[in-house]
Design a protein around this ligand. Structure first.
Ligand code: BG6
Length: 490
């Protein structure tokens, strides 16, 4: 079975922030890969916009070099040459009024074509850019606006941004990116749940003891100190990526795999998460900040100042107040400079109601379904079987293990980068894997009281050593419930 590539319609893609980190590392390499796969038509056009005074030639040259550096495999030089030939560059200060007429001219008379405006810039520039696009008559009914995260800093700012965008564009034109939704394994959560009859009947508080979601990173704040220190792990990761994972695990089956049915169900989950008051924040959340290690700087060194109370690690326990999940806690944790780059979701089932092996086995291990998101994407179901050999009934735990990479070998399939999928969905006009405005607002509305309680709490986040699982209190969060986190990267 070889994957079928269906070319998308011709499009013009305008990338604001074309010389920035995200564009060079993710957006352009993803486009190149889709072109290589035969999905990008020969008459698609890309216009990079930034403040730097490059000629289109110099930009193409720089772009080719950065694609070679970031694409992860050897590039196909002929394809790369074709790709950069489809790319143009325009110097533009988005806060000024000059240059927009030139953008109109470059886009030319192709009003009926799909136009994608990708805002790969600081969120403060979203509104000014959209105003100018509108004022200069650049957007058409076929236009799409793509907004990178962070989408707001809190509920108020997200709502203000949504209202601002709504003044110029229909919701169906807005693509708010959470790149986790573009990851193959994250989409697979929906396939596992809704394309297999096996799990769904057990997917509720009656059979599930608890769920653990871990997104661990080894990197520190990596030169993004100014942004990160203002955000912290709660805003940078929990409000969006972990929240989306939680939604996909906890949501009701949508009637169809289509934008609104899926997003309606996710929204219901977010709205059903029990809100935190100051006491719950104290009891059920843990904040950490990494210390210096043998060969890595501390958080304070990374951001260039001491005394910051911003968390680089969060762990929390939350509850979803609905029929399906009442009685099943969800434990979330994410942090930087941890032991391994490792993301997984573990659905821990309850023990069997009665053991028929009580004479020989004191306690039966419960089943755990582990969905590994990265690296080594795959699924493991921990099962209990008889230990082979004579001499009575002894039991042992074994993994039923499936690595997607192995499962796909020889099938001509590969795991595309999240941005490859998301970019093609934008061109196709499919919003299923993008966040709707009300979803983003609801996520902020839930996060804001936690951020506010931490703001009032003058204590420093707990220090933790690089290369560990985070602060000890995070372990306690589960120990006190007689549960334990799965090891990170073990
Ligand atoms: C980004 C965060 O959204 O996601 C970063 O801003 C984080 O801080 C990154 O490192 C993690 O993404 P991935 O795809 O590497 O897991």
């Amino acid at each position: 079975m070889v994957s079928r590539i269906i070319p998308v319609d011709a499009f013009d893609l305008v990338v604001f922030g074309a010389t920035g980190d995200l564009a060079s590392r993710k957006i352009f390499p993803a486009l190149y890969k889709r072109l290589l796969a035969g999905q990008v038509p020969a008459d698609a056009r890309v216009i990079g916009l930034a403040r730097a005074a490059h000629t289109p030639e110099a930009f193409r040259h720089q772009l080719a070099a950065s694609i070679r550096a970031h694409v992860g495999t050897a590039v196909d030089e002929a394809c790369l040459a074709r790709f950069v030939s489809q790319v143009d560059y325009l110097q533009l200060d988005v806060l000024g009024e000059a240059g927009w007429a030139e953008l109109v001219a470059r886009l030319g008379e192709h009003g009926a074509r799909i136009r994608v405006f990708y805002l790969s810039v600081a969120p403060g520039l979203f509104s000014p850019i959209c105003d100018r696009l509108w004022r200069h008559g650049i957007t058409t009914v076929q236009s799409r606006i793509v907004a990178e995260k962070p989408f707001g800093h809190d509920f108020e700012s997200a709502r203000a941004l949504n209202l601002h965008l709504a003044a110029h564009f229909a919701e169906s034109q807005l693509y708010r990116i959470d790149h986790y939704l573009g990851k193959e394994t994250v989409q697979n959560l929906m396939a596992i749940r809704f394309a297999n009859a096996l799990f769904e009947p057990l997917w509720n508080a009656r059979f599930v003891d608890h769920v653990q979601i871990t997104v661990a990173e080894t990197i520190g704040v990596e030169g993004r100190g100014e942004y990160y220190d203002h955000a912290g792990a709660l805003r940078d990761m929990v409000q969006n990526h972990l929240m989306q994972l939680l939604c996909l695990i906890a949501m009701e089956p949508p009637s169809r795999f289509a934008p609104d049915p899926v997003r309606d169900e996710k929204l219901k989950v977010i709205r059903a998460i029990e809100p935190f008051d100051a006491e719950r924040v104290r009891e059920d959340t843990v904040r950490g900040q990494y210390r210096a290690g043998a060969d890595v700087p501390s958080y304070a060194d990374d951001i260039g100042r001491t005394g910051s109370r911003t968390e680089s690690f969060v762990a929390m326990k939350l509850r979803i107040a609905n029929w399906r999940w009442s009685g099943t806690p969800f434990y979330l944790r994410t942090g930087k400079r941890l032991r391994a780059r490792f993301s997984e979701i573990a659905v821990a089932f309850r023990e069997v109601p009665h053991s028929v092996f009580a004479q020989t086995v004191s306690r039966l291990p419960a089943n755990v379904l582990v969905i590994r998101l990265q690296p080594d994407e795959g699924i493991t179901l921990r099962m209990t079987i008889k230990e082979p050999g004579p001499g009575g009934m002894r039991l042992m735990e074994v993994p039923l293990d499936m690595s997607f990479a192995e499962a796909l070998v020889g099938k001509g399939l590969h795991m595309p980068d999240a941005y490859e999928r998301l970019l093609m969905d934008i061109v196709r006009g499919d919003q299923t894997l993008f966040m709707r405005g009300d979803e983003v607002e609801a996520a902020w509305a839930w996060v804001d009281p936690i951020a506010a309680a931490w703001e009032l709490d003058r204590r420093q986040p707990q220090p933790y050593d690089p290369g560990t699982s985070g602060p000890d209190d995070a372990l306690m969060l589960m120990h006190r419930d007689n549960r334990r986190w799965r090891g990170i990267g073990e």
